[in-house]
Design a protein around this ligand. Sequence first.
Ligand SMILES: C[S@@+](CC[C@H](N)C(=O)[O-])C[C@H]1O[C@@H](n2cnc3c(N)ncnc32)[C@H](O)[C@@H]1O
Length: 367
Amino acid sequence: MKLNSLVIVTCDDGSVDLAQAELSAVAPAAALLEELSAGVLLYDAGIPFAELAAQWRITPPIFVRHVVPVQAIAPLGGHAGDPAFLARTLPDALPALDVALRFSVQTRILVEVPYKPYDLNTTLAAALAANNGPTLDVRAPQQIVSVACVSLHTWRPDASLMIGGAHVGRGRRLAAFAGLSLAADNLSSWAGGMRRFAREEGQVSRAEFKLLEAFEVFGVELPPRGMALDLGAAPGGWTRVLRQRGQYVTAVDPGELDARLVGDRGIRHLRITAEQYLQDGPDRFDVIVNDMRMDARDSARLMAAFARFLYPHGWALMTLKLPEHDRQPVLDQAFVILRRTYRIAGARQLFHNRSEITVLLSLAQGL
Ligand SMILES: C[S@@+](CC[C@H](N)C(=O)[O-])C[C@H]1O[C@@H](n2cnc3c(N)ncnc32)[C@H](O)[C@@H]1O
């Protein structure tokens, strides 16, 4: 085993099998070494991280949310001295950072220790930036040093892989896994792909975070004063987000909208199903979003039927709910249905998606 093929892959803890299949598709020899925490998996990919990242740049995975290389492993004492120890040892153990690229340190702590990610981030970042090192930029880093503090249960790294040749022996299972990569190669620029948003005053539902995250991940922009259709709108979180961004929203759902949205003249609430609205002859829209709770294939069929009410420059965004079993075949069928009418411009299981994925669609010439 070489250090350049060790990776930490992160996914939703209900999608480990699907993420594993995505890894195996590009790295057939990949071997799971240990599940470090729910949905955080240590693999020997069998190919260098750079090769894996290059493949995923061409065909991004849906379920693997985040991936980082492991290029250095350090034993941890599990005490307050760890951050300083890592700041002393990791800079020389990792590949050299590119001084021309803005960097950040992203730490995940997956074990009980008396320090927080922030402590380690700041201590290590100061050491890396010292002596004319690269510029720290935690908001928009171009290169990231990722650190995971873990407790190993079964896998033990060979002493040759450890900083200073130390052993992580029986009594010392704590280790820090560290790696340097380009932010663009990690699939998400957030530690572990965990994009958190602050709760807002007036927020209607947690579903709002899904839409905010989707806007960011897919880089889509809403047209000024656009006409938006929200299918499965109740209680109105997505409708609220669209309104905040200047859209006029037709909200379709037999369910009620939150009282705070009632009376907003920019919202037309139709208390009918999407199927009924189709029969009524809908208007045309710049944007169609769909978060309906229904079988992914039925939702895809409805979305396909609504395509002719989307302006050619428009785009659509939907969640596809995953069944408990046979998730991949159901997803494949939903994609086949969608591709008859749309181009799939992006598909990801976002941090805020639970048993579902989010898909960005455009008409053939769009986006
Ligand atoms: C997860 S909730 C949507 C949450 C919403 N995006 C928000 O941000 O508040 C799913 C909604 O889909 C609606 N729904 C299910 N089947 C539907 C259908 N055939 N037509 C319209 N809405 C439907 C349900 O009534 C429910 O309100």
